[in-house]
Design a protein around this ligand. Structure first.
Ligand SMILES: O=C(O)c1cc(C(=O)O)c2c(n1)C(=O)C(=O)c1cc(C(=O)O)[nH]c1-2
Length: 243
């Protein structure tokens, strides 16, 4: 780059990264919606992704604390409310338990994080630390994978409802509200980034933040694939019941 991109050209570059690197292109996602996974493999996915869900409000709280105005904080705190709810048994994390319950996992075991893959822990923590340690602009840009989640979520929901008899609308309750929450959140983050990333250095930082975040999501699926499709379950990690 010799000159900074226009805001629309920056958006086009961000969308190109999503088109190439978002986790809808991962083989495990494709196997999941095509109905090619066992119940045990889906349990492993739901159990590991619980940690991502549980840490999203933590990373959003770290980001919120760095926002300089009431307007920005009001906008961002809604993300925490969406996940944590306003009272017990409401919000995204509570809805995630409908999935783990529906798949027959014990809640205490899920919450204990004892069965997590080491790579899940490292990847999720890398995301939280990235948001904590990098610039506010990079932290906001790292949430931009959500621009692409309205493509993966309907594919996953339809495929799973159609292909697995133990999956119901209720089990998949987590995902429906995300179809309106994610576009609202990502539109805000995108307009912030387009307004504030004006120099070449800032634009590189934003593009690299999105690449980093795509790698986090990709790593989560790679680790599941290696452990539960290839059969290399690390010591201490969840072992599906073979009965
Ligand atoms: O189902 C998905 O594939 C998916 C992807 C992403 C994403 O792209 O980061 C998020 C979510 N779901 C999600 O449910 C969610 O709450 C969420 C928050 C964030 C974020 O980075 O702040 N990403 C995502």
């Amino acid at each position: 780059m010799t000159n900074p991109l226009t805001p629309d050209a920056l958006e086009a570059e961000l969308r190109k990264i999503g088109a190439e690197r978002y986790h809808n292109r991962h083989p495990l996602h494709k196997a999941m919606y095509a109905g090619n996974l066992t119940k045990g493999q889906l349990q492993a996915w739901a159990l590991n992704r619980y940690y991502y869900q549980a840490m999203i409000p933590v990373k959003d709280a770290l980001l919120l604390a760095r926002l300089p105005t009431p307007e920005l904080r009001r906008e961002w705190r809604r993300r925490i409310e969406d996940h944590d709810g306003h009272e017990p048994n409401t919000g995204g994390i509570a809805r995630w338990f409908k999935l783990t319950d529906g798949l027959g996992l014990d809640r205490d075991y899920v919450m204990s994080l004892k069965g997590l893959l080491p790579a899940t822990r490292f990847a999720v923590e890398a995301y939280v630390h990235f948001v904590r340690d990098r610039s506010l602009l990079a932290a906001i840009a790292s949430s931009l994978t959500e621009l692409f989640s309205p493509t993966i979520i309907p594919e996953r929901m339809e495929g799973m409802l159609k292909n697995y008899d133990f999956i119901s609308e209720d089990t998949m309750a987590y995902f429906k509200p995300r179809l309106t929450q994610a576009p609202r959140d990502s539109e805000f983050a995108l307009s912030y980034v387009k307004e504030h990333a004006t120099t070449i250095e800032q634009q590189q930082e934003v593009l690299q933040a999105l690449e980093f975040k795509c790698s986090v999501l990709w790593t989560l699926l790679d680790a599941l694939d290696y452990a539960y499709v290839e059969g290399n379950i690390p010591p201490g990690a969840f072992v599906p019941d073979r009965s």
